[in-house]
Design a protein around this ligand. Structure first.
Ligand code: UDX
Length: 462
């Protein structure tokens, strides 16, 4: 069976956004490290951002090859175009390998792209959905899709008590559920993925069993029993293996950057700072931060008197001039960096984050304490877990205008880095780092799940 491995070929299809490409590419790398042939399919617009030596890369089209999503007139139009043009061009990739030594046996697709399962069926090959949110968030969407929870989830229906989840106030809910009208096209796409889940051969999830034990248990005991199969397979955290005992060669970064990272400068700057002294600030790839919020973050960082590294993306021109002039050596402001490498640096002691699921998994895997400043989507729910379930950080409170003030931010930073609560938080981050590492190391829960996935493909091939 060992010699057959190279003949098993998994085509991994991403949604073309940074927070989706990273985990899917990482999964492809994990497969390649198990000597399975893995090819990443991503759009023409994003393909140039991939640098992976062990994984093949194939471009497909979403119908907007020059500018991607930003070229589309609306979210709805984009998703429709991706479905039509993407299905056709994905099929062309499968046909390209059809008579080769390694025809495609399985498509693992970002769960938002439900049409990829139809392509898999058209060719009679396996299909697996990959969830890029936490299992807890997925379970909420799934319950809505199955009529167990009704929209809008509002002040009258909260706090919500759902199987395996802590009691949730409306400020803890994914924004698409708390305010369904805020982005109906995304909400529809998110809910649609849960309609056909049980038609997949696997439903993979970028999380690990120990991290979401409660929902994982409730899923098997209650939901699965009551409502049929939801064969969720936890295979995460899908982060670079740099922090493992047995690293995958060359795997210290994801190998995908839609924006050009400020490379060595960050590392050189971090090297001048004492251990666990630096605040790293990033709001991921999608959130648009209002100018008055940028202002307050600047005030909070200044007030903390601690060194900071702040990823501002295109918010550079919102920075207050006096702040920029007074930063000096205390702070480094960059447009984009290699976040995983930065978080892995010993100088980093705190992560002010929007709580995107990848950022959360990265912080947990590397043992960095969190100040949660959620913006939208699944981020409020992730923040709830950070503070109350895993106890690896605190959530900053918003004022009446919906802004986290500089004073509040400074208070939270002190709480996780120096205050009374910091000792407990530090113990917890170390604990979760070990659990995360164990899950993906040889024989760990997620590693075993990936092995079982590969073995099933091998059996089918043999
Ligand atoms: C969003 C959602 O919020 C997330 O929960 C969902 O699962 C995917 O879509 P995003 O807002 O981009 O994602 O945040 P996050 O999930 O944290 O992903 C951002 C990725 O970009 C991370 O892997 C992070 O390491 C990377 N990053 C960020 C960099 O490499 N450099 C940076 O400067 C900032």
């Amino acid at each position: 069976m060992e010699n057959q491995r190279e003949r098993v070929h998994v085509l991994v299809l991403t949604y073309p956004a940074q927070g989706h490409i990273n985990p899917l590419l990482q999964f492809a790398k994990r497969l390649a490290s198990k000597r399975v042939k893995a090819t990443l399919a991503t759009t023409h617009y994003t393909v140039k951002s991939i640098h992976a030596t062990t994984v093949g890369v194939e471009p497909i089209s979403d119908g907007f090859d020059e500018g991607g999503f930003k070229q589309a007139p609306s979210v709805k139009a984009y998703l429709e175009s991706f479905k039509t043009v993407g299905s056709r061009t994905l099929a062309e990739v499968i046909l390209k390998y059809k008579d080769s030594e390694s025809p495609v046996n399985c498509i693992v697709y970002d769960s938002l792209l439900t049409w990829a399962l139809d392509v898999a069926r058209q060719f009679g090959i396996y299909g697996a959905a990959m969830m890029t949110n936490s299992a807890s968030v997925c379970s909420m969407y799934w319950q809505i899709n199955h009529g167990l929870l009704t929209l809008p989830v509002n002040q009258e229906t909260v706090p919500l008590t759902l199987p395996g989840l802590p009691s949730l106030a409306s400020s803890d809910l994914p924004s698409f559920l708390a305010q369904p009208a805020s982005n109906p096209a995304y909400l529809a796409a998110i809910l649609e993925q849960f309609g056909s889940l049980n038609k997949n051969d696997w439903v993979l999830c970028n999380s690990f069993e120990e991290l979401e034990k409660e929902v994982f248990k409730s899923r098997s005991l209650l939901l699965r029993a009551m409502l049929g199969l939801w064969p969720l397979v936890m295979i995460g955290p899908l982060v670079p293996s740099a922090y493992l005992d047995q690293q995958i060669a060359g795997d210290s970064a994801y190998g995908a950057n839609i924006w050009e990272p400020t490379g060595d400068r960050c590392m050189r700057w971090l090297a001048t700072k004492p251990e666990k002294s630096v605040i790293y600030v990033s709001f991921g790839s999608m959130a648009d931060i209002a100018a008055n919020q940028v202002d307050e973050i600047a005030r909070g960082l200044k007030a903390s008197e601690k060194p900071f590294l702040w990823v501002v993306k295109e918010n550079e021109n919102k920075l207050p001039v006096e702040f920029v002039n007074s930063v000096g050596e205390t702070g480094l402001v960059v447009r984009w960096c290699n976040q995983f490498e930065v978080l892995a640096h010993q100088a980093v002691g705190c992560f002010i984050t929007h709580c995107g699921w990848n950022s959360i998994l990265e912080g947990l895997s590397l043992g960095v304490a969190v100040v949660a400043v959620p913006q939208f989507s699944d981020q409020p729910t992730n923040a709830k877990f950070v503070e109350e379930v895993w106890e690896v950080g605190v959530r900053a409170k918003k004022n009446k205008a919906g802004i986290v003030t500089g004073e509040e931010l400074n208070k939270c930073v002190n709480e996780v880095m120096d205050g009374e609560r910091s000792q407990k938080i530090k113990r917890n981050v170390s604990k979760w780092r070990e659990f995360a590492k164990k899950a993906v190391s040889a024989g760990g829960s997620s590693d075993k799940n990936i092995d079982e996935f590969v073995v099933r493909l091998l059996k089918a091939d043999g």
